[in-house]
Design a protein around this ligand. Structure first.
Ligand code: IVH
Length: 669
């Protein structure tokens, strides 16, 4: 291909991809399916590989990170990055606005904004191109994190206008990414992050920028420097202008005048807080006219024209009654505090993970201690501290177990993991957890085969491994607690149906280290059947797009084990399908009314976790997206739904409530 032709195509691809990326990551309103984006991205990658000299900084391919830095340069903030003064009550807020009114000499409205719980960043654009990004540091000197920020898709590498400007905002980790990151870290035996803010900070200051790239960080920009250069005179105009350039600006801000309107905004968002996809810790009030900013000025640390209203901490005291240790599928043994139930952010909480022995020791939590409990990132119950004044006199430091609670094997720390592990492959708790994983929705999806039933089947000696499930008899099932003919037949049918699943479900269900649903899908689609996969060499696996060394090593090591080879032979003998049936040909997908639909979930669901609803839909061939657009086929709507419901109603999208959804799931079982 001729270089000039390639160049023209590269320019066009970059523009198109950046536009789609903007719709997806900034506007939360995608216009194309993921595979369309992926195909264009692959094309750009291959052209850039042929003509490396045509690679530019604003190319979306430059966002994957991969630069390994040796440290962070210091950056001087010519105009200091200020923090905010806080108030903790509406009365203090009223005092603040009264003082500001006196100082400015006139009535004026406020731009009311959400106080995003992340960390402040500053971005510099020259002629519309992103050239530098930094942390706040101490306000005067921060750190240059340009390379890390380039991996965040919400930050445009090129603005829609060729402006030279510095803007400031918040970098944060969405709640979902925070939960997933901590879950993954816990499984791997790594220390967890206390809240999304710490997780965002830890992810931004990574010397290996490919780590930052994987952390799903996002930003909201809320501050325009030198607004007079652009002819804007109010904060809301500045927000709109920055959004028009393609920067991600939070859409929940509102200009409010007078105490009643401001307090109504606070109350509204305090209520909406649990439903937001990111964590907020309060509301920021900024004088709307910049003339007020100029008139009243700043102190050394904070502007006098703005204030943060912090939400009261939702914290409750309760008593620790027990510390339970549970063994996971991979042998990690995790402590959980069991406490007297209390209500926190709208739900009853009586358990909180203590993550690992170090965490428990650091907090020095003892049985019968009174503890303060809150929700980290507004979602995950967490003990903040022990109330030492209420500690019983005879309380002793908690003794960390040395033996597996399930099989009594000696517990160990592998390498320098913080996690405690049981490494006995025969440990019944690990086997039962593995069986539950095998039956779970994204794996073999055997409806009705939950942990309670697995527990009984295992203790009665009916099953020892996953292949045994397919040898269960009607008579054996009748011996289970509360099982009658109908329930026994239903379970047998569900097990039977799972024989026809496509290979990727089995692969995921086996619980091979590092093989999640995506890797399982790629492996199954590539090797087509288990025989080919089992014989695959590591280099054949790493040669597949999107699969790296870690997965390849893990898969090869897994299938090299004689016990695994026996298990696969067993599956074959009991008639489990070991071939790839192709996208959409899986029986679960074919028989589902959700197959091929683009679905959005919104509002609070009472009877099913949102992650489970999503997993169910995806396992049945639906594509679950985050925002309602013309492409959305179905909105599944819990209570207290907001803008997504309104949008679906205007677009005439089909809407299903939680009850109808659960009923459909039941029917499709
Ligand atoms: S304005 C001079 N607006 O809160 C401008 N800050 O506790 C000062 N923050 O350092 C910042 N959301 O990191 C502003 N909508 C918002 C914010 C916000 C979160 C952070 C920011 C600041 C900290 C102060």
């Amino acid at each position: 291909m001729d270089k000039t032709v390639a160049e023209a195509e590269i320019i066009q691809l970059k523009e198109q991809l950046n536009k789609w990326s903007q719709e997806y990551y900034v506007d939360d309103n995608p216009s194309v399916e993921d595979h369309v984006y992926d195909a264009a991205y692959q094309r750009l990658l291959s052209l850039e590989a042929k003509f490396p000299e045509l690679k530019t900084a604003d190319s979306p391919t430059q966002r994957v990170g991969g630069k390994v830095l040796t440290g962070f340069e210091k950056v001087n903030h010519e105009i200091p990055m200020l923090s905010l003064g806080d108030v903790f009550s509406k009365a203090e807020l009223a005092d603040f606005s009264e003082r500001l009114y006196q100082a400015s000499g006139s009535e004026f409205p406020y731009s009311c904004e959400l106080k995003i719980d992340g960390l402040a960043i500053s971005l510099t654009y020259e002629n519309g191109l992103f050239v530098k990004g930094s942390t706040r540091g101490n306000g005067l000197i921060g750190e240059d994190i340009t390379e890390n920020l380039k991996t965040i898709k919400a930050i445009p590498m090129k603005l829609n206008k060729p402006v030279t400007v510095e803007v400031r905002g918040e970098c944060y980790m969405p709640k979902k990414a925070f939960v997933a990151l901590n879950e993954a870290r816990e499984k791997k035996g790594q220390p967890i992050f206390a809240n999304p803010r710490n997780a965002a900070a830890g992810s931004l200051r990574q010397l290996d920028t490919s780590v930052t790239a994987k952390r799903n960080l996002s930003t909201f920009i809320y501050y325009l420097m030198e607004p007079e250069k652009f002819g804007v005179t109010t904060q809301s105009e500045a927000l709109n202008l920055m959004a028009s350039w393609g920067l991600k600006v939070n859409q929940e801000s509102r200009v409010c005048q007078g105490r009643a309107q401001i307090e109504a905004y606070i109350d509204e968002y305090q209520k909406k807080r649990p439903d937001l996809t990111y964590d907020i810790d309060g509301i920021v009030l900024k004088a709307e006219p910049f003339s007020v900013h100029e008139k009243v000025g700043n102190t050394i640390k904070v502007p006098k024209w703005a204030i943060a209203y912090k939400f009261p901490p939702d914290e409750q005291e309760t008593i620790v009654r027990d510390i339970e240790w549970t063994v996971g599928r991979t042998g990690v043994v995790t402590p959980t505090a069991v406490m007297d139930p209390v209500i926190l952010a709208g739900t009853t909480v009586e358990r909180a993970s203590l993550h690992n022995p170090d965490y428990l020791k650091d907090k020095d939590i003892r049985l019968l201690d009174t503890v303060k409990l809150h929700k980290a990132g507004d979602i995950i119950p967490e003990i903040s501290e022990v109330v030492l004044a209420k500690r019983p006199e005879d309380a002793k430091p908690y003794a960390i177990p040395t033996q597996c609670p399930a099989c009594q094997a000696e517990l160990v720390h592998l390498d320098d993991e913080v996690a405690l592990r049981c490494i006995n492959p025969q440990c019944p708790a690990q086997i039962k957890e593995s069986l539950a994983h095998f039956a779970s929705r994204n794996a073999m999806n055997i409806g009705g085969l939950g942990p309670r039933i697995i527990d009984q089947l295992f203790s009665k000696g009916f099953i020892h491994d996953a292949a045994d499930l397919y040898k269960l008899t009607f008579e054996q099932l009748l011996t289970l607690d509360k099982f009658k003919e109908k329930s026994a037949q239903k379970l047998l049918d569900a097990i039977d149906r799972s024989r026809e699943n496509s290979l990727e479900r089995l692969l995921f269900g086996l619980g091979i280290r590092h093989v999640g649903t995506k890797a399982a899908q790629i492996l199954a689609a590539h090797f087509k059947d288990s025989n080919h996969l089992m014989q695959a060499r590591v280099d054949e696996i790493t040669a597949i797009d999107n699969l790296g060394q870690i997965i390849a090593d893990s898969v090869a090591t897994y299938f090299a084990q004689p016990a695994v080879q026996n298990l696969m032979a067993e599956f074959k003998a009991v008639g489990v399908n070991l071939t790839y049936l192709g996208t959409g040909n899986d029986s679960q997908v074919q028989n589902s009314s959700f197959s091929n639909l683009t679905v959005v979930l919104t509002g609070t669901l009472d009877h099913i976790k949102r992650s489970d609803a999503k997993a169910y839909l995806e396992a049945h061939g639906a594509k679950v997206t985050g925002s309602v657009s013309k492409k959305t086929d179905l909105l599944i709507c819990g209570h207290d739904a907001g803008s997504k419901l309104a949008k679906a109603q205007t677009l005439g999208t089909r809407i299903m409530n939680e009850e109808e959804f659960l009923q459909k799931m039941e029917e499709e079982k």
